[in-house]
Design a protein around this ligand. Sequence first.
Ligand code: GSH
Length: 203
Amino acid sequence: MKLLASLTSPYARKIRVVLMEKRIEVDLVEENVWAADTKVGLHNPLTKVPVLVLDDGTSLYDSRVIAEFLDGISPVTRLISEGGRDRAMVKRLEALGDGITDAGIAIFLERKRDANQQGTDWITRQMGKVESGIAAVARELGDRKFCQGENMNLGDISVACGLLWLEFRMPEIKWRETYPNLRSWVERLEARTSFTETKPPGA
Ligand SMILES: N[C@@H](CCC(=O)N[C@@H](CS)C(=O)NCC(=O)O)C(=O)O
């Protein structure tokens, strides 16, 4: 299997963390989706990373589909609870993490436009999602070690990859200072090899 990814993508990082936690080996193929000659569109009509290309050539996207697939092919370190409400809660937290990331990326891309073309209302709207999303995670975490239950799950990974990307690209959002419980939690995750090995270059 090969994973098409960029080293700075928070969604690709989520998958790289999952791969390491589950001890699944794949070939990492670095791709710049913004380059004119990117080959990502051959595997994902949306031209987005990450994409997991299976040995028979089938491609899987997006990161939620890939994460679910990977968790299912190996029993090592289960990251999504089995069935029912627990499973839905893990997937909900994953969606919240991805949603915070989506809003952060929307702001990041908007700010790259010429200053007179930037939509300030749009940025404010997306920033509201980032802030209320982070507040919801902090509430959900409370004083526990991980967001749900005793072990790290896919939801923790999704949120952590999103918040660490925010810190890398938008350091003015000082979520570690605002929420000391998130700081303790993220430091616990950052100490894992899966996080140290997938830190974006320059972060
Ligand atoms: N929902 C997707 C989001 C993937 C995504 O937006 N990836 C970014 C890189 S961080 C990308 O490839 N963007 C290229 C584009 O939007 O054209 C996932 O979870 O995989």
